[in-house]
Design a protein around this ligand. Structure first.
Ligand SMILES: C[S@@+](CC[C@H](N)C(=O)[O-])C[C@H]1O[C@@H](n2cnc3c(N)ncnc32)[C@H](O)[C@@H]1O
Length: 265
């Protein structure tokens, strides 16, 4: 890569307001297969498209996750949910059943099973573009279904899910307008908008979780720090024992709800 080309791309990105212009310039130069493609990529990035949509992939927990424009970009903070899910799965069994609801690109479920020796992964999303991406990313490592929350899951999974992860939309509707343009303009509002209190989808996940969880199985949901107490109330009202985990470095909060286990599990 010529230093002149790198400097020139970085200069254009900086002028367009990109904070990490040098790092992004390196990624664009490494991703473009021709000068014409590089020009188009720099133009789109300058217009405010997320870098991950421009290059067609995101780095998530060390994995390269393919992304189509219009599909939610996996966030670094969601690594906390992955970490917690992997730890729980390892405690429970050697080959856990993992369900990823609201899977988007499939990044979270994929990162969980990639860290385990063996797992049975099932992922679902309502958005056809997300499902297409998740199928491409998950491939033969699991099954991906299209439909509303748990509606498309095989009935045979009922009572057998060891770890149910759900990074649901949780931005309160009134705060949607405050999101950065990259999210507000280039990610679907259905991926972000969690209703008036941000908890609309989360409440539905809390209600459905007990019928899918195995004894001692857990559901994990990402929330804002502010919403965590309400998420705890929702999960406890469904009979689950809760725990809240935060990570200041990632700016992440995850609430876990666990089903009672009979003695012996
Ligand atoms: C915050 S994004 C998370 C995507 C992915 N789990 C991740 O962390 O990268 C929320 C996802 O929920 C999906 N979604 C929203 N409402 C849904 C519903 N009722 N049923 C299934 N998926 C839904 C959206 O399409 C979007 O992909």
């Amino acid at each position: 890569m010529s230093p002149t080309a790198l400097d020139e791309v970085a200069r254009r990105l900086r002028a367009a307001g990109c904070v990490f212009a040098e790092e992004e310039a390196e990624i664009l130069l490494a991703s473009a297969s021709s000068p014409a493609e590089l020009e188009e990529m720099v133009h789109r990035r300058g217009q405010g498209h997320p870098l991950e949509h421009v290059v067609g992939w995101a780095d998530f927990c060390g994995l390269r996750v393919l992304l189509e424009p219009g599909v939610f970009v996996p966030r670094r903070r969601t690594g906390l949910m992955v970490r917690e899910a992997v730890a729980l799965a390892r405690e429970l069994t050697q080959a856990p059943v993992v369900v990823d609801l609201c899977c988007g690109s499939g990044a979270v479920g994929l990162a969980v099973v990639a860290a385990l020796d063996a797992a049975d992964l099932h992922a679902a999303d309502v958005d056809p573009a997300a499902v297409r991406c998740a199928r491409g990313n998950i491939g033969t490592r699991g099954s991906v279904y299209e439909g509303d929350l748990d509606a498309p899951l095989p009935v045979a999974l009922r009572g057998r899910v060891d770890v149910l992860i759900a990074n649901v939309p949780y931005v309160p509707t009134a705060e949607m307008a405050l999101l950065p343009g990259e999210a507000r303009l280039h990610e679907p509002s259905a991926a972000l908008d969690g209703g008036h209190d941000g908890l609309r989808v989360l409440a539905r996940v809390a209600a459905l979780a007990p019928r899918w969880l195995a004894p001692a199985g857990s559901v994990l949901v990402e929330t804002s720090e502010r919403q965590a107490a309400s998420a705890v109330t929702l999960l406890e009202s469904e009979g689950l024992a809760t725990r809240t985990v935060g990570d200041d470095d990632l700016g992440a909060t995850v609430v876990l709800g666990t089903l009672d286990a009979p003695p012996g599990r």
